[in-house]
Design a protein around this ligand. Structure first.
Ligand SMILES: NC(=O)c1ccc[n+]([C@@H]2O[C@H](COP(=O)([O-])OP(=O)(O)OC[C@H]3O[C@@H](n4cnc5c(N)ncnc54)[C@H](OP(=O)(O)O)[C@@H]3O)[C@@H](O)[C@H]2O)c1
Length: 282
């Protein structure tokens, strides 16, 4: 029987997960379809209950349902409960488990996409929203040396610094205007703000300019639309290594894929399909 997979959100038309997940299923010859479902907020409970049926392996969950699905699941993993958000649901014989693969995807993107090992390094995280929470938790768990967390709203950075310390890594909260000073001292800079995102609050903005970025650092921008962001352009000007957000997007999807299919994800195929889909959107 063909297996059913997909992603729920509201709206969902912007998601490129169906493109690269279907490409991955096809590449390994897995008999399944991965489709987008636009689910209204008041239909989430009923939709999730329907996932318990045989023939459904699971789904991805995106905005605005990542928190809303939690009460309808049987259990959630550590990453999801720390993030307060589920992006993957797996159906095992009618029992539903929620996961959050963002942190794992982020780490795999660093290691496999940029050959960068964060353990023992000094890092700067820009932003303190949902994605920053997963990134900070992941970096603290692998044991970075010192973490700086800079955000426009300082109190939110302070909350994430406390999470980092609780998870075992020293951390200092800064306001975003103090990020340039910290940037000069670190090996890794991760942008988790929406600055530079198409149709975002500051589409042409960058949290750092080339002069602030050490030439021997790696700059990872989580923003993937556009593929080449203002921050990545500044990083390239400074001579730093760069990693675009499409890598994390694909690796978090690869982690979900491996949970559903219990097979290695064809990451190169997924990355190529995702990049082509983004380019086609201009
Ligand atoms: N590559 C991936 O797989 C992946 C995964 C998740 C997210 N993302 C991308 O990461 C970005 C952030 O997502 P999110 O879910 O963390 O969003 P979020 O929870 O809404 O957080 C937004 C963050 O951006 C900051 N911010 C917003 N507008 C700003 C501005 N004009 N100037 C300075 N800071 C500003 C916010 O600061 P305040 O706290 O002061 O409001 C906050 O820290 C989005 O572009 C998203 O597409 C990528």
């Amino acid at each position: 029987m063909p297996q059913r997979l997909g992603i729920i959100g509201h709206p969902i038309g912007h998601s490129i997960s169906p493109v690269f997940q279907q490409a991955a299923l096809d590449a390994i010859g897995f008999d399944g379809t991965y489709q987008p479902w636009d689910v209204a907020p008041d239909e989430v409970g009923e939709f999730v209950a329907g996932l318990r049926a045989p023939g459904t392996l699971g789904i991805n969950v995106t905005v605005p349902h990542k928190e809303a699905v939690i009460p309808f699941l049987d259990e959630v993993d550590d990453w999801a409960s720390t993030a307060g958000a589920v992006n993957t649901i797996v159906n095992r014989d009618g029992r539903l488990t929620g996961y959050n693969t963002d942190g794992i995807g982020f780490l795999r993107a660093l290691r496999e996409g940029a050959d960068f090992e964060p353990r023992g390094r000094d890092v700067l995280v820009l932003g303190a929203g949902g994605s920053a929470r997963g990134v900070v938790y992941a970096l603290a768990r692998v044991g970075v040396a010192q973490m700086f967390i800079a955000n426009r709203t300082l109190e939110r950075a302070e909350g994430l610094a406390a999470l980092s310390v609780d998870s075992g890594a020293a951390a200092e909260a800064l306001s975003l205007s103090d990020a340039p000073g910290a940037a000069r001292e670190v090996a890794l800079i991760v942008n988790c703000t929406s600055m530079g995102m198409v149709h975002g609050p500051d589409e042409d903005g960058t949290p750092l300019s080339a002069a602030d970025i050490p030439s021997n650092a790696l700059v990872n921008d989580l923003v993937y639309n556009p593929l080449e962001t203002p921050l990545l352009r500044e990083a390239a000007k400074s001579g730093a290594a760069t990693l675009g957000g499409i890598q994390m997007l694909v690796y978090q999807g690869a982690a979900s894929f491996e949970m559903w299919t219990e097979q290695d994800a064809p990451v190169a195929v997924m990355l190529e399909a995702a990049t082509a889909a983004m380019r086609a959107r201009g």
